[in-house]
Ligand binder design. Sequence first.
Ligand SMILES: [Zn+2]
Length: 59
Amino acid sequence: MAKFQDPAMAKAAHKRLLADKFVCRRCKSVKKGNNLKALSGDITCRNCGSHKFKPKRKK
Ligand SMILES: [Zn+2]
């Protein structure tokens, strides 16, 4: 992880990395999408057509 001198900058970068990214449960491709949409099966994987996604999280 890159280091930032400005805490606000680091926070923004962290948020950007985690925000609205979802991993397809079937083919593991990453897709950007709205959180609520993804969890309600409203987005479709462009690789395999699956509607099942899990949120991408980092610790
Ligand atoms: Zn997929």
